[in-house]
Ligand binder design. Structure first.
Ligand code: HEC
Length: 207
């Protein structure tokens, strides 16, 4: 009997600790995170996602980008992320406090996208990349997201955001390939991905 109560007690302690460590402690430490306001510049970090980017956030989720792309930068002591120029500093919990769902990613078949909006600033580049990643690397495993674009007859002037495509990808004469509203939102989201602000717990390293 005495032995049984020890076993039961032990089981409670064991599960109690795991529950505290894996559920309660992270909840208490992350739920109290607040945005950082720089005392000099009054800059708020992390910034809010712009409106169009919020739509794009959902398109990113719906198209499974997380299965190949991560959104976290490891510290120098933990890997080569900073040497690969995926970010100037590691990412920390506060970076994600405004994300409804955090896209840390499942695996890294492609590059980390935490700071893709700093590496590429041109919407046209993103449209062409999503329409045909093979234009950039013929051997890539990244799928083409053609359903995010539509082929339409040119009415008068070509559309401002029509894709600049040549060769096998070139549209039929008199037609153009334009991004759908979903593609526009997704690209607004990708352009907004930049963790270039400093946080006290993760200052950017001095060059
Ligand atoms: C099956 C895996 C896979 C999926 C799914 C995928 N990608 Fe990729 N992506 C890659 C790979 C691999 C590369 C690297 C390109 C290469 O092979 O040179 C890449 C490259 C990129 C790049 C260029 C990154 C850079 O640093 O130049 C962007 C942007 C990108 N992907 C966005 C997306 C978005 C947005 C989605 C979802 C709509 C997505 N990817 C889905 C595999 C994937």
């Amino acid at each position: 009997m005495n032995r049984l109560s020890k076993i039961i007690g032990g089981v409670f302690v064991l599960f109690g600790f795991s529950w505290w460590g894996l559920a309660v402690y992270p909840y208490l430490s992350f739920a109290s995170l607040k945005e950082n306001v720089d005392p000099n510049t009054k800059e708020v970090a992390p910034p809010d996602l712009p409106g169009a980017a919020q739509q794009g956030y959902r398109v990113y989720a719906a198209n499974g980008c997380v299965s190949c792309h991560s959104q976290f930068v490891r510290d120098k002591s933990e890997g080569a992320d900073i040497d690969r120029e995926w970010g100037k500093r590691r990412t920390v919990a506060r970076d994600y406090m405004k994300d409804g769902q955090v896209f840390l990613g499942v695996s890294r078949f492609g590059p980390d996208l935490t700071n893709i909006g700093l590496r590429q600033k041109d919407a046209q580049w993103f449209y062409r990349y999503l329409y045909d990643p093979r234009l950039f690397n013929p051997d890539t495993t990244m799928p083409a997201y053609r359903w995010l674009f539509q082929d339409q007859a040119i009415a008068g002037q070509p559309a401002q955001n029509a894709l600049k495509l040549e060769g096998a990808d070139a549209p039929r004469p008199g037609h153009e390939i334009v991004p759908t509203a979903e593609a526009e939102a997704l690209v607004a989201y990708l352009l907004s991905l930049k963790r270039d602000y400093a946080l006290p717990e993760a200052p950017a390293p001095q060059e």
